[in-house]
Write a protein that binds this ligand. Sequence first.
Ligand SMILES: Cc1cc2nc3c(=O)[nH]c(=O)nc-3n(C[C@H](O)[C@H](O)[C@H](O)COP(=O)(O)OP(=O)(O)OC[C@H]3O[C@@H](n4cnc5c(N)ncnc54)[C@H](O)[C@@H]3O)c2cc1C
Length: 405
Amino acid sequence: MTTDVVIVGASAGGLTVAEGLRRRGFTGSVALVDADPELPYDRPPLSKQVLDGRWPAERARLRDPDELDSLELDLRLGCPAVSLDAPGHRLTLLDGRVLRYRTLVLATGLVARGLPGQEHLAGVHTLRTLTDSELLRAELESARRVVVVGAGVLGCEIAATARGLGREVTVVEPATQPMERLLGPELGAEVARLHTERGVRLLTSTPVTGLVGEAGRVVGVRTGSGAVLPADVVVVAVGGRPATDWLTGSGLVLDDGVVCDERCRAAEDVYAVGDVARFGAGAGAGSGAGSGAGAGERGVRLENRTNATEQGLFVAADILGARAAYRPVPYVWSDQFQVRVQVYGTVPEGPSAVRIVQGSLHSRKFVAHVETDGRLVAVVGWNSPGGTRTARALLTSRHPVPHAP
Ligand SMILES: Cc1cc2nc3c(=O)[nH]c(=O)nc-3n(C[C@H](O)[C@H](O)[C@H](O)COP(=O)(O)OP(=O)(O)OC[C@H]3O[C@@H](n4cnc5c(N)ncnc54)[C@H](O)[C@@H]3O)c2cc1C
């Protein structure tokens, strides 16, 4: 038997494809496969409401069991896909079953990166899954000193949550400011201020060289200077890599993600969505995602929750015959210490100018424009959801950005 659509990965991206198909009236067979045995859940609460205990784990579910039933899926949880024969349209699962498909969607997300040797030490965590969040939460209950390695979005959120639970928190980061990759150095400095004011010890420009253990448990983190930061619990938040190991030899092009075209197609009858998808490859500079994230030859891979949904809906439509190029405006939000940071567009790595267009840094409520060569490339909001949403429209408009006289 051949399944009409097989989706690998039943989280934000994969589930949205299934829902998008049904919403558009698709009555064919759909199988949704995931390695994780849990009913599909959302990840943003795992570093926030689930980690600090405000939410029970079930509240992070993306849909309740009745809603899932109504989609009439062949739902296979706890069932990793282990190999793909793309030309032959065959997907093999760990239990040995082979699924034949007409269309395949890859939505396998990321695998958390770790530090060498961490697997041999108790007390060292990464955070990607619901189980990770529950294990870390349990350890935070008795820990006094927490060291977070990495001050990207995830590391900062975990630090804020642990500090909110009353723990002594140190964050170690090689860059000069936290969240520098997302916000640039100037606005990253605001995140630094936020954390240090709340009692987080922030060590920037500080590389980590290793973990220190005793009797099989972590007791510290060693930095580039040779100093050891004492720790009862260490959280490694140094990013993730696309979950594509199992696709080696499949016939697909892999390059830090599944390489796909502007319609998110990786091969004949194969799509990729969400964190794992590098879309728009070969489309040429300037034709890509929203503002500042031009796809170029290598394409673009976005790691954010909103993209997983938008791309999932896009792919569902394409499977059913819509024909367009996927060009989102990238959007990331983060909640830390009662502050909501929002970013539309992409802050470039090189020099850019930051202009506060609403509110002020002093009032801790502002909207900032980030510009390169006089062109608006990103809008950053700090506790200003309304103003940020309004400014987003400027990113997509063809008119020049208005400057205050
Ligand atoms: C703790 C945390 C907090 C976050 N907070 C925010 C936030 O505040 N704002 C924001 O914009 N973004 C946030 N993100 C990012 C956001 O959650 C992701 O961008 C989003 O989950 C991507 O969805 P996805 O479906 O592409 O991948 P994922 O959500 O990673 O899902 C991939 C699924 O594929 C499954 N899978 C992997 N390999 C296989 C295989 N071989 N066979 C079968 N199944 C497989 C996995 O088990 C997983 O369920 C956060 C991420 C994390 C981890």
